[in-house]
Design a protein around this ligand. Sequence first.
Ligand code: SAH
Length: 342
Amino acid sequence: MTALAALDLAALEALFTEWGEPRYRAAQVFDAVQAKGVLDPAAMTTLPAALRERLARETTIATRVVEAQASEDGTTKYLFELEDGKRVEAVLIPEGSRKTLCVSTQVGCPIRCVFCASGIAGLIRNLTVAEIHEQVLHVRHLLGERPSNIVVMGMGEPLLNLPNLVEAIKLWTHENGLHFSPRRITVSTAGTPSKVDRLAKLDLGVHLAISLHAADDEVRGKLVPGSPAGRTQDLIDAGARFARKTGRDVTVEYVLIAGENDTPDQAEKLGALVAGRHIHVNLIPLNPVTHRPDLHAPSGIAAKAFAQRLRDQGTSVTLRTQRGDDIAAACGQLALERSLAE
Ligand code: SAH
C-alpha cells in the first residue's frame, strides 16, 4: 500500500480522479499532509467522512512517534517506529532563532565510525521516501511550526540511499508543502567521492557536510573503517568540486577524540587538505558512547589548541559545544539503548 506522505500533488490528483473525487480535494489533502504535517486522515476534518475512511483504508502512515525526549538544553529526540517494527530517530536542536532537525536515512549504517552507535550492527535497510519525509512532517505537526533547517545527519549514510533522499528533498522544498529553501538543507556524508559528484550534478541547491574525522588515510581507516580506504584526499577533492559547481557551502565535520585524531600532526595535515578550497571545518568534541568507554573528548584546552593550529594555517574553523548529551543525542544512541534494553 502507498504511504500518503510520499504522494506528490500530481500523484494525489491522479488517485482522486480514479476514485471519482473532485480535483480540489487533492490540493486540500496535500495541504493538510505536506504543509501542516497532519498524517492521519481521521484528523482531516474538512474532508467528508467517506473520503477520510477510504484514505485510511487505502493509504498508510509509514512511521509512528513512540517517544519524544527533551534534554535540559532544549534538544528533543524523537524516536520513530516503522511498519516492520524497526526504529530510527530524529533530533531537534534549537539554537537562537534556528530550530534544526537532524533526520535519518537508513536503519543502521554500513560506515561503522568507531564513535557512532548507528553503525554497530551494520546496515539493516534503507528508509523509504515516506519514512525519511515523515520524520519532518511529524515534528512539524508536534511543534506547531516548521523546523527552520534540516540536516541529514541522523542514522545512516544518505548518499547510499540517494534516490529516496532526493524524493524526500523534493517534498521538503515543494512550494505547496513545507516549502523549505534548499539552502536550509544540509546533506552529510562519510562516503565516496563519486557519490558526492553525483549529488553535485543533481544541483538540488543543498549544502554538503563531509564527515572526515581524520586528516590522512591511516587514521581515517581506523576511525571510519566502512569508508573506502585511501580516499581522504579524493573525498576533499570531491567536496571542492561540489563547492565550485553548486556554489553551496561545504563543511568538514571532525569529531575530536583524545589521543586519536587531536594531535598537532593531524591539525597540520587537515589545514593543508582544505587550504584554499573554501571548506569550513566544524570541530565536534566527542559525545561519549557506551559501546566505546575507552574513547574520550579532549580537554577544552586541547580542543582549543587544535582549533588554533588550524586558524594559524588560515582555515575557517568553529569548535562546537556539546548538545543534548544528557539524552544521548549523538546519532543513533537512543534507538540503540532501547534495542539493547528489549
Ligand atoms: N553517514 C553520514 C551521516 C551521519 S552524520 C555521515 O557520516 O556524515 C555523522 C555525524 O554525526 C558525524 O559527522 C558527527 O558530527 C556526528 N556524531 C556521530 N556520533 C557522534 C559522537 N559520538 N559524538 C559527536 N558527534 C557524533
